[in-house]
Design a protein around this ligand. Structure first.
Ligand SMILES: C[S@@+](CC[C@H](N)C(=O)[O-])C[C@H]1O[C@@H](n2cnc3c(N)ncnc32)[C@H](O)[C@@H]1O
Length: 225
């Protein structure tokens, strides 16, 4: 009897993508572990999301050693680890509303602030880059999820529109922006905003995105001005 219960638990918790629920917390929630999370941990990356950026890099070759980069929505910092493996000298800035455990790289700077607080961010960013704009802005930003699809995707679109406004000020003309959005009904509101600013866009969903997730990465090329 005990054996049958165990087998049925395994059938329920290991799905076809190799994701499985590792242990339950006090609240009865499950921590999701999968091959990317395990791989990231072994490689010393702070999050599994690094494999999304690495795949985008492999496919589109977006980050170059002589680029200055801003990563928005950056905590805990795995994108930044991958970026820093390429960009060794030029400044790399990461921004997140959460406190970020610092890295000891001399070219990496941190601002703890919400992307919605543009007036507060502006002088802090200028202090780092002076009047220079950057070569690339990356973002993996995500709102606190409620798991109510409409609510989450609306919040994701709003965050991304704020990043577009940020890019107006801090991204160089002709350069690129990587965004992540929860793609659903309000997506056109974001697309409209970004099309005004960039010449072309490609959508890409890396293998490391969870099957059930409706997140999508958007690469916007060639900023208009
Ligand atoms: C999926 S995590 C990013 C993971 C990161 N790319 C990595 O590789 O470690 C999304 C991040 O967006 C941040 N975020 C959410 N709302 C924000 C806001 N208003 N301003 C700045 N960051 C925000 C969250 O705090 C969270 O750290």
């Amino acid at each position: 009897m005990a054996k049958r219960n165990r087998n049925s638990w395994q059938r329920k918790t290991i799905n076809k993508t190799g994701h499985h629920r590792k242990k339950n917390t006090k609240k009865g929630q499950y921590i999701v572990r999968d091959e990317y999370a395990i791989k990231a941990q072994k490689a010393g990356y702070r999050a599994r999301s690094v494999y999304k950026l690495l795949e985008l890099q492999e496919r589109f070759d977006l980050i170059q050693p002589d680029y200055s980069v801003i990563d928005v929505g950056a905590a805990p910092g795995s994108f930044l680890q991958a970026i820093r493996n390429i960009v060794r000298e030029k400044p790399v800035l990461w921004i997140d509303i959460k406190q970020i455990k610092p890295f000891s790289y001399p070219n990496v700077m941190t601002i703890q602030e919400s992307i919605f607080e543009f007036e507060k961010l502006k002088p802090q960013v200028k202090e780092i880059f002076w009047e220079e704009k950057v070569d690339l802005i990356t973002s993996d930003i995500a709102p606190n999820t409620t798991w109510i699809k409409d609510v989450d995707q609306y919040a994701s679109v709003e965050l991304n529109i704020a990043i577009c406004e940020f890019a107006d000020e801090f991204l160089k003309k002709w350069w690129n922006l990587i965004l992540k959005v929860f793609k659903w009904e309000d997506f056109n509101d974001l697309a409209m905003q970004v099309r005004k600013r960039f010449h072309r866009m490609t959508e890409y969903k890396p293998m490391a995105c969870r099957d059930r997730s409706f997140e999508m990465y958007l690469i916007w090329f060639d900023k208009k001005k």
